[in-house]
Design a protein around this ligand. Structure first.
Ligand code: NAD
Length: 479
């Protein structure tokens, strides 16, 4: 469903009229394309407090000064008290106006120190700061906070946030290495995973660093390894040699996810209900993948997927989802159970089956689909909100165990208002409100969710685990 208002405000009379009337002014977001794979402009590195992070060999192309930066990275990991918090203001105040349209501000914070409530207070303050700046900065620019302890562990994350691929991700707090170096060291990057994932084994033994950080996974400029990392066989197609299964991929967000993972080199399996088999085949044929006609709520769905993938699976994307909206007073049990079954029970069942059978290989990735309705709640969606909140609970509980026991990361994307058939069915006024109620003043596109999924599925995102990342343009719902 085309956003006619966005098109209209992109014209000179449209801009004039909407400005005079004080209406929202959405900027046309710069998304990834083969012709424009990066945001043009310099990347400025600023510091607040005394940081221990090493930025010199990250390959991120950071500069110490820039006139109109495409991105600003503010290293605030060393902010430990209210005095040094003032350096956040001092660093960004003079440059914020000059950040280019659709530019990025990335604030880097440290994990909260439970033994130092002054540090915890000001590091938590960075969240309020980031989210407030995201709401006021405008012109398609985004602001996110990444908590980290090792710059190299955050390589794939920073590259994603610095790129046009993250156009609709704003106001997020992402923790890298949330389960400690030991946890991600144990998972995903052992010898077996290199073989499975097509990594260069030779690079493994060359680590100059200790075990704890060896496997943190960062990607250098043009894919060259940074510090201890292994090179990818093809940096432009980081998922080469990997198999990805996307549920509900015959259309909408799932189709875009399959397309983006295929672009990044994965062999895709397009799963959808038997009624959508023709569409699933069309998508699979276009992407050089295979279609799997299967209702994900079938009790033996996990076993049937395992049987269809005798060579194993690397990336499992739980995307299939349905809505059956009614207020609780009017909701028959059938509407409750069908939504819970597709959106949550089948996600739990298939995840268990594919982990236990070993179909999901070490180094694997699970990306589940939550929703801002699961975080904020939404009138008429007690069933849907419950199911999507359940997905968040699944991610938070399973993430550390799946990594320790299976070498698999577990994360969720939580889309906001995305332009699909699901949202096209919303009555006009509510649809228009959903679209505009975010600082970017527009809905997202399926590709925005797909790009976020591809970052989480990246072989070098092993330190990103247990995260729920909203793809919502910082929607005011549940913000
Ligand atoms: P969609 O309705 O366009 O597509 C969903 C797909 O899932 C369809 O192809 C459908 O056939 C398939 N599906 C449904 N039940 C299935 C089952 N039992 N087994 C296998 N496949 C099944 O939806 P969409 O808008 O692309 O949404 C995709 C996901 O994103 C869903 O989980 C949805 O809840 C979530 N989401 C969407 C939005 C949005 O704005 N569109 C917002 C938040 C979350």
């Amino acid at each position: 469903m085309a956003d006619r208002y966005l098109t209209f405000t992109g014209t000179t009379p449209g801009r004039f009229l909407t400005r005079r009337l004080g209406l929202p002014q959405p900027a046309a977001l710069k998304r990834w394309s083969p012709e424009r794979p990066a945001l043009e402009g310099e990347r400025l590195l600023l510091t607040a407090g005394k940081s221990d992070l090493e930025w010199t060999d990250t390959g991120l192309g950071l500069t110490a000064s820039a006139e109109n930066p495409a991105a600003v990275l503010l290293d605030a990991t060393g902010v430990r008290d209210v005095e040094t918090l003032a350096e956040v203001h001092a660093a960004l105040h003079p440059v914020v106006r000059s950040v280019a349209e659709s530019g990025r501000i990335i604030v880097l914070g440290a994990p909260l120190d439970t033994a130092d409530h002054h540090q915890a207070a000001v590091q938590q303050a960075l969240e309020g700061f980031t989210r407030s700046l995201g709401k006021e900065i405008g012109r398609g620019r985004t602001v996110n906070l990444v908590r980290l302890t090792d710059a190299r562990a955050a390589g794939s994350t920073l590259r994603f946030l610095l790129s046009p691929r993250s156009a609709y991700v704003s106001g997020q707090v992402i923790e890298v290495g949330a389960y400690g170096a030991g946890a991600y060291d144990a998972g995903g990057y052992d010898e077996g995973a290199y073989d499975a994932g097509g990594y260069d084994e030779g690079a493994l033994g060359e680590s100059a660093l200790g075990e704890g950080v060896r496997d943190s996974g960062a990607l250098g400029e043009g894919g060259a390894p940074v510090g201890p990392d292994r090179p990818l066989t093809d940096p432009d197609r980081p998922l080469t040699g990997r198999t990805a299964l996307v549920t509900g991929a015959a259309r909408g967000i799932g189709e875009a996810v399959a397309e983006t993972l295929a672009r990044d080199g994965a062999r895709v399996v397009v799963l959808d209900v038997p009624q959508a088999e023709q569409d699933a085949r069309r998508v699979a044929d276009r992407l050089g993948g295979t279609a799997l006609a299967l209702d994900i709520t079938a009790p033996d769905a996990g076993e049937r997927i395992a049987a269809a993938l005798p060579d194993g699976l690397d990336i499992l994307v739980h995307n299939a989802g349905i809505t059956r909206d009614r207020r609780l007073v009017n909701m028959p049990a059938e509407r409750w159970s069908s939504v819970l079954d597709v959106n949550l029970a089948s996600v739990l069942r298939t995840t268990d089956a594919l982990l236990e059978s070993g179909t999901l290989r070490r180094g694997g990735r699970i990306v589940a689909t939550a929703s801002i309705a699961g975080l904020a709640g939404n009138a008429g969606q007690t069933n849907y909100g419950a199911s999507k909140a359940g997905v968040v609970g699944l991610v938070r509980s399973l993430a550390p165990r799946a990594l320790a026991e299976h070498g698999v990361t577990v994360n969720a994307v939580a889309p906001g208002f995305i332009e699909t058939r699901m949202t096209a069915a919303i009555p006009l006024i509510i649809r228009e409100a959903g679209r505009r109620m975010n600082p970017l003043a527009q809905g997202g596109l399926p590709v925005d969710v797909a790009e976020t999924t591809a970052w989480l599925a990246h072989p070098q995102s092993g330190a990103v685990n247990g995260q729920v990342v909203r793809v919502c343009g910082q929607s005011l719902l549940g913000a």
